[in-house]
Design a protein around this ligand. Structure first.
Ligand SMILES: NC(=O)c1ccc[n+]([C@@H]2O[C@H](COP(=O)([O-])OP(=O)(O)OC[C@H]3O[C@@H](n4cnc5c(N)ncnc54)[C@H](O)[C@@H]3O)[C@@H](O)[C@H]2O)c1
Length: 248
């Protein structure tokens, strides 16, 4: 039997990148997977690709995590399709990097809205059934930058540090109902964006990583599945760093 057979997982921001890899990993382990994203076309194609590759049941939803109505609808559609929700992964995220002196107020707000408020709204929507059933896992995708800070990313770092505080508070609120809440904090993960860096910048980045390589979406997915599954029944309110040792 696969690890996540008869389980339902919802991943936000899943049309590409790390969210896609997390959704695929759940599907490969037998879960029914709900994938949400702001791009209707993109998430539909991604869900079809994963269903085709793994044979799992997938559901694609166009939904914006900053809109509570969309969050509630995501839960309703999940229940209509699969009857329950076992695992919520708050992965949707954006960056609008700039030095503070040049950062516009709306760029600060937009990043906080998606990365932090979005996770709060999805957790709020999902918690109703999880608390009632006294079972569930919530995993928030934070970032090493939320732990270390980063010049040029004040908005992003603040949102991810806030997400860690949200994770610990949800963990405390939900613990008595056996709903476990943790964060995964990735370091530098290979994506379309990092692939596009100049060779020199890539080499400089690699010098900072003790394990000598960038991470992959699958590296992050493995940590998420660990925190979502049977091997972590006594872990809540923690931040699991998946960063190749770049920050300890
Ligand atoms: N790539 C890295 O090196 C890295 C490192 C640390 C943390 N992270 C975090 O991992 C997560 C995924 O990052 P990625 O590199 O795959 O990024 P990505 O940009 O490839 O994927 C993010 C997805 O979120 C979606 N999204 C954006 N706003 C949304 C909204 N309002 N509602 C729903 N979906 C929305 C986007 O459409 C996109 O598909 C993010 O939270 C990011 O902050 C990434």
């Amino acid at each position: 039997m696969k690890r996540f057979e008869n389980k339902v997982a919802l991943v936000t921001g899943a049309q590409r990148g790390i969210g896609y890899d997390i959704a695929r990993a759940f599907a490969a382990e037998g879960a029914d997977v709900v994938m949400t994203d702001v791009s209707a076309e993109g998430v539909k194609a991604a869900a079809a690709a994963i269903a085709g590759e793994t044979g799992a049941r997938t559901l694609a939803l166009a939904a914006d995590v900053t809109d509570y109505k969309d969050c509630e609808r995501s839960l309703e559609e999940t229940f209509k399709a699969f009857g329950k929700l076992d695992v919520l992964v708050n992965n949707a995220g954006v960056a609008r990097d700039n030095l503070v002196l040049r950062m516009k107020e709306e760029d600060f707000q937009a990043v906080l809205d998606v990365n932090l408020k979005g996770a709060f709204l999805m957790a709020k929507a999902a918690s109703r059934s999880m608390l009632r059933l006294r079972s569930g896992r919530i995993i928030n995708i934070a970032s090493v930058v939320g732990q270390s800070g980063n010049a040029g990313q004040a908005n992003y770092a603040a949102s991810k540090a806030g997400l860690i505080g949200l994770t610990k508070s949800l963990a405390r609120e939900f613990a008595s109902r056996q709903v476990l809440v943790n964060a995964v904090a990735p370091g530098y993960i290979r994506t379309a964006m990092t692939d596009g860096f100049p060779e020199e910048a890539k080499a400089r980045l690699l010098e900072m990583v003790p394990l000598g390589r960038l991470g992959s979406g699958d590296d992050v997915a493995k940590a998420v599945l660990f925190l979502a599954g049977e091997d972590s029944p006594y872990i809540t309110g923690q931040v699991l760093a998946v960063n190749g040792g770049i920050y300890m």
